[in-house]
Every structure is written in structure tokens, then in C-alpha cells.
Write a protein that binds this ligand. Structure first.
Ligand SMILES: [Ca+2]
Ligand SMILES: [Ca+2]
Length: 270
């Protein structure tokens, strides 16, 4: 120190001046302030969570292996005329065929025959029925008036009586009968039946129904009943003896002759 009081003042002044000059704010000035750094690491290269499921950038398109016919083939029936046409049918062609069952039919003293019915299968015919005739071969019976005989068509319903209560009690021996609507005569009611061609004949006086499974008999005793039907299928012959005594047979079985009509048509495109 070493200053006089005067000097002290001076000294003080100097000191004061100096002090004023050097007064320093004791508050530290943090010229290098601490920057509080978040210790949590900042991921400057963040991990991107990638879905491990592969993404198919070129997805597979499921293609139906069934070939698609871009130029489809159309099956064309050359017999068909496509489009409007005029159908003209101005004639028919007839076809006739005969079908036979040669198995004998046995007739008891009274009751249904064996077999009952006897059957013929008609196959392969076209068109519709224009005419039917039936032949019974080698008939034997002492009392033909006992006989009731029914023919049933392939639909199992349409039918006609062929003969019923004809011929009295005059013995049939190896008689062959053909039934045809176009025949000249009926069978005799009481006279001797001989081989030949006759119209279907019923002298019962009422509708003659036979035991089941025969269908109910038509009131019309004629083969015309079958006209217009389709011939193919099973035709049945039911034979029944309606009274005692006398038994017999149809030894040679029977046949069915069918004529069908087939339209002949022309088709003209309009
Ligand atoms: Ca009868
Ligand atoms: Ca009899």
C-alpha cells in the first residue's frame, strides 16, 4: 500500500478509477455455455422397419390353363337350315314291318292264359302308325265262344278286342286268324270259324273287360284305335277263357304287322 492520505485519495481515486474500470460482474459469463445435449442418441440414420413379407413387384397372374377357344368351333348340323324357312310336307313314305312271338299260348278250361299277356317288342320303326294287323297261329279250342282276346299297344293303354264270344262251340283245329279292319267280314257268331282274315269281332254285347293287368277295354272294336301312335315298345296280347268247359291253345304264337307313315318334307330358306 505505501500511499499518503492525500495520495491515498489519489490512490483511491486512481484506485477508484481503476476499480471502476475493472469492476467485473462476478456473475460468470459463460462465454462457452454448456449446451445441454440430450444423451439419447439421435439416430441420424434411422432404421426403417421393413415388412419382411416379400412384396412381389411382378405379381404372378394365375392363368386358367383351360384353353380358351378364341375362334370357337360351332358344330353345324348340315341337315338343319338356320334361320327362317318354309317347311313343306307334300308326301309320305310308308314302312311296314312284322314282329313275331312264336311261343305258344296255353288256354285253361277257364281263366287267364299262360303267358298273360304274351308280348312282342316292336323296335326300330319311325313315323306314326297308319295300320296294324294281327295274326294268331294254329288256334285249337273246342268252344271258341269262350275266348276273349285283347291287343294292347305300346303305350299300355290303347287297345282293341280282337275276338269275343265268336264261333259258338264248333271246334277250332289249327286255325290261323288274321284281324284287319279292312277285311270283308266279321267272325261268325255261331258258325264254324275257319282260317282267314276278319274284322275284329265282339259278340259279348257290352264292353268286354279282361282280368287285370289288362287295361279297360276300348268300346271301339277296331285296329284303327292305334292309328297315329308311336309303334315302338311292348305290345301285349291278353287271352282269357270266360267259361267252362273246353281248353285250348294258340300253338304257333302270334305276329304283329305295323305300317307307319313318315312325312317327306322340304325346307326352303326364306
Ligand atoms: Ca266273353
Ligand atoms: Ca272254356
Amino acid at each position: 500500500m505505501g500511499c499518503l492520505p492525500k495520495k491515498i485519495r489519489l490512490c483511491r481515486k486512481k484506485t477508484s478509477k481503476k476499480e471502476r474500470r475493472v469492476i467485473v460482474d462476478p456473475t460468470p459469463v459463460n462465454v462457452n455455455p454448456i449446451i445441454n445435449v440430450d444423451p439419447t442418441p439421435v439416430n441420424v440414420n434411422p432404421i426403417i422397419n421393413v415388412d419382411p413379407t416379400p412384396i412381389n413387384v411382378n405379381p404372378i397372374i394365375n392363368v386358367d390353363p383351360t384353353p380358351i377357344n378364341v375362334n370357337p368351333i360351332i358344330n353345324v348340323d348340315p341337315t338343319l337350315t338356320i334361320g327362317p324357312f318354309q317347311r313343306v310336307c307334300n308326301s309320305t313314305v310308308s314302312t311296314t314291318a312284322t314282329f313275331v312271338n312264336t311261343d305258344p299260348i296255353t288256354i285253361p278250361v277257364q281263366g287267364i292264359a299262360d303267358p298273360y299277356p304274351s308280348t312282342i317288342a316292336v323296335t326300330g320303326m319311325t313315323g306314326t302308325i297308319a295300320k296294324v294287323t294281327v295274326t294268331l297261329f294254329n288256334m285249337n279250342h273246342p268252344n271258341p265262344e269262350d275266348l276273349d282276346i285283347l291287343l294292347v299297344g305300346s303305350n299300355g293303354i290303347t287297345n282293341t278286342i280282337l275276338m269275343s264270344d265268336a264261333g259258338g262251340s264248333l271246334d277250332l283245329v289249327n286255325v290261323t286268324l288274321t284281324f284287319d279292319d279292312d277285311a270283308a267280314n266279321f267272325l261268325p257268331q255261331l258258325g264254324q270259324i275257319v282260317s282267314g282274315t276278319f274284322k275284329p269281332t265282339n259278340y259279348q254285347g257290352i264292353v268286354e273287360n279282361l282280368p287285370a293287368p289288362a287295361p279297360a277295354s276300348s268300346v271301339f272294336v277296331r285296329l284303327f284305335n292305334f292309328i297315329g301312335m308311336t309303334p315302338n315298345g311292348a305290345w301285349d296280347l291278353y287271352v282269357f277263357d270266360d267259361d267252362v268247359p273246353g281248353s285250348g291253345n294258340i300253338a304257333g304264337g302270334w305276329s304283329l304287322t305295323i305300317t307307319t307313315d313318315n312325312e317327306v318334307c322340304t325346307f326352303t330358306p326364306l
